[in-house]
Design a protein around this ligand. Structure first.
Ligand code: HEM
Length: 483
C-alpha cells in the first residue's frame, strides 16, 4: 500500500515537473488565462436575471487622451445606454436624450450622487466644493447657500489679471483640470495604487493645500474689509463669514465652496470664449451675419448690454452652437447611483458611475444634422435660455447638454449664459477676427482632462469701425491700462 502510494505521487509529479520547467507554451497558456480572468468583463445580473447594459468585452485601466472618441464609437455600437468596466468600477454611459431624462431627471432621487473619485473627490476636494459632495444634506446646504449668491463671490471687482491671488487661483484651476478627469487616472480605478506614494497623489495633496491657502487668503481680504467697517456688497464670502457658526461650516468647507465658483465657473466660461474666438477666423460668414445684426439692432455709437440679449437672436444662436460643438465637459460631471435599479430590462447596480455622454448627444445626427459643422442657424427660432430649455418635458428638443442634467445641473448656467452673451456680442460688435498668417488654429486637439480649452493660439482682431476705440475707452468697466 505504502509502495503504491509512493508510486502514485512519483508518477503524478514526474511528468508535471518536467513539463512545467520545459514547456513555455504551458506558461503562456497559464499567463493568458490569468490575464483573461483579470481583464474580462464580469457580466453581472440581478436576482431576477436582468443583465448589465451591453458593453466592451474587457476592463480598462484608464482611457487615453480624448476619451470621447472611443465612448462615441461604443455608443454607435452598443446603443443608447451601455456599460464599461474601469478596473473594478462599473461605468454606465448615457448616449440618448430620453434615457438621460428618464434616469437623471425622472429618477434623479437615485442618480444624483457622486462617485468618490480618488484624485478629484477624495484627495483634492475631499468631498467639498459642492461638486464633489455626495447627494446628502451637506450638499443641499452648500448648494443652497451658494446658489443665492451666484452673481458675486468676493464683493469686489477686479479686471486685473495681474493680481497675484487671481493669477494663483487661475493656475490652480488649470492644475485641477490637468489632474482630474473622469476616465484618465488609473489611480482612481485600482485601490491598491491609492496606498502607494505616487507623484500624482502628492500633486493632489499639494493642490488641496494650495486651494485652502489661496482661497483662504482671498476670503481673509474680504473679512478684513468687513472688520474695518467698510461697506462690503452682499456676496458669497460675506454670507459665508456671517453664517459660518449658524450653518456649522468649517474653514475648509468655506474655501472649497468659494473655489467652486472660480474653478467651476471661470475656466468653463472662459474656455467657451476661447473656443468661440478660435472658431471665428474660419467662419467669416458667421462674423458678417452677427455684425449685420449688431449694427442694425445696437448701432455703432454704443455696445450691446444685457437688455439687448433677446433682440440679438443670431448672437444667442452662436453661443448655443459653441456650447454644443465645443462643450467644456464632454462627459459632464459623472453622477453615481445610490441603489440597484432596473431600466428597460437592464440592471444598473448601486454605486455605478453614471456618465452623460455629451459628445454623443451633441453629435446625434437626427437632432443636429451635419453635427460636426459649426452652424448657428440650427438654433434659429429657439428663444429659450439654457435653464428653461433643460426643463422642457420633451428631452429631444433641449438646446444642448453642456450644463449637465438633473438635480446636479450646473447652478451657474444662467450666469454663464449672461456672461457669454456680453463677451461674445461685445467682441463681435467691436472686432472682426482673422488668423495670423501661417498659424492655423487647431480645433481638434485641446488641453485638460476634465474641462477642455483649445491649444494656445494667436489671432488678429481688427476694429470693425471708427467708433470702437472711443466706445471701449468710454466704458468705465474696462480700464484698458489695467488689462
Ligand atoms: C460655460 C460655463 C459653464 C459650463 C459649461 C458648466 C458646466 C457644468 C456641468 C456640466 C456641471 C455638472 C452638472 C451635472 O452634474 O449634471 C456643472 C456643475 C457645477 N457648476 Fe457649472 N458650468 C459653467 C459655469 C458655471 C458657473 C459660472 C458657475 C458658478 C458661478 C458654475 C458652478 C457650478 C457648480 C458649483 C457645480 C456643481 C453642482 C453640483 O454638483 O451640485 N458653473 N457645471
Amino acid at each position: 500500500m505504502a509502495d503504491s502510494h509512493t508510486f502514485l505521487i512519483a508518477t503524478l509529479h514526474r511528468p508535471s515537473v518536467s513539463s512545467w520547467s520545459t514547456s513555455p507554451t504551458l506558461w503562456i497558456v497559464i499567463f493568458a488565462s490569468c490575464l483573461w480572468l483579470l481583464i474580462r468583463r464580469p457580466n453581472l445580473t440581478d436576482k431576477d436575471g436582468h443583465p448589465l447594459p451591453p458593453g466592451p468585452p474587457i476592463r480598462y485601466a484608464f482611457l487615453r487622451r480624448y476619451p470621447e472618441k472611443p465612448l462615441y464609437r461604443w455608443a454607435q455600437k452598443y446603443g443608447p445606454i451601455y456599460s464599461v468596466w474601469m478596473g473594478t468600477q462599473l461605468f454606465v454611459v448615457i448616449n440618448d436624450p430620453q434615457v438621460a431624462r428618464d434616469l437623471l431627471v425622472t429618477h434623479g432621487a437615485n442618480f444624483s450622487s457622486r462617485w468618490p473619485y480618488f484624485m478629484k473627490n477624495q484627495t483634492i476636494l475631499r468631498g467639498g466644493g459642492i461638486t464633489a459632495a455626495s447627494y446628502n444634506d451637506t450638499w443641499r446646504k452648500h448648494r443652497r447657500i451658494a446658489i443665492n449668491m451666484l452673481t458675486l463671490t468676493f464683493g469686489s471687482r477686479t479686471v486685473k489679471a495681474t493680481d497675484p491671488l487671481v493669477q494663483e487661483a487661475l493656475r490652480l484651476g488649470m492644475e485641477f483640470m490637468r489632474l482630474t478627469g473622469p476616465w484618465s487616472n488609473m489611480i482612481d480605478f485600482f485601490k491598491v495604487l491609492q496606498w502607494i506614494p505616487t507623484t500624482m497623489r502628492a500633486q493632489g495633496r499639494k493642490l488641496h493645500n494650495d486651494f485652502i491657502a489661496v482661497y483662504g487668503a482671498m476670503m481673509l481680504r474680504t473679512k478684513a474689509r468687513m472688520d474695518a467697517g467698510e461697506e462690503v456688497p452682499d456676496c458669497l464670502v460675506k454670507t459665508l463669514i456671517q453664517c459660518q457658526e449658524e450653518e456649522q461650516l468649517t474653514w475648509e468647507d468655506m474655501c472649497f465652496i468659494v473655489s467652486a465658483f472660480t474653478t467651476g465657473g471661470v475656466h468653463s466660461t472662459s474656455g467657451i470664449i476661447e473656443w468661440f474666438l478660435a472658431l471665428m477666423p474660419s467662419h467669416p460668414q458667421v462674423q458678417a451675419k452677427a455684425a449685420e445684426e449688431l449694427d442694425r439692432v445696437v448701432g455703432r455709437d454704443t455696445w450691446p448690454t444685457a437688455e439687448d440679449e433677446m433682440k440679438l437672436p443670431y448672437c444667442r444662436a452662436i453661443i448655443k452652437e459653441v456650447l454644443r460643438i465645443h462643450a467644456s465637459f464632454w462627459m459632464g460631471t459623472p453622477h453615481c447611483s445610490d441603489d440597484d435599479f432596473v431600466y428597460r430590462g437592464l440592471f444598473i447596480p448601486a454605486n455605478s458611475v453614471m456618465v452623460l455622454n455629451v459628445y454623443a448627444l451633441h453629435h446625434n445626427e437626427s437632432r443636429y444634422p451635419d453635427s460636426f459643422s459649426f452652424n448657428p442657424e440650427r438654433y434659429f427660432g429657439d428663444e429659450l435660455g439654457a435653464m428653461e430649455s433643460a426643463k422642457q418635458p420633451d428631452a429631444l428638443v433641449r438646446d444642448h447638454w453642456a450644463f449637465g442634467a438633473g438635480r446636479r445641473i450646473c447652478p451657474g448656467m444662467e450666469m454663464a449664459e449672461r456672461e457669454l452673451f456680453l463677451a461674445v456680442s461685445r467682441l463681435l460688435w467691436a472686432f472682426s477676427f482673422a488668423e495670423v498668417p501661417g498659424e492655423p488654429i487647431c480645433l481638434e486637439e485641446y488641453e485638460g482632462f476634465s474641462g477642455r480649452t483649445p491649444l494656445p493660439y494667436r489671432l488678429t482682431p481688427k476694429p470693425r469701425h471708427a467708433m470702437v476705440h472711443d466706445v471701449l475707452v468710454e466704458k468705465t468697466e474696462i480700464n484698458l491700462n489695467d488689462v
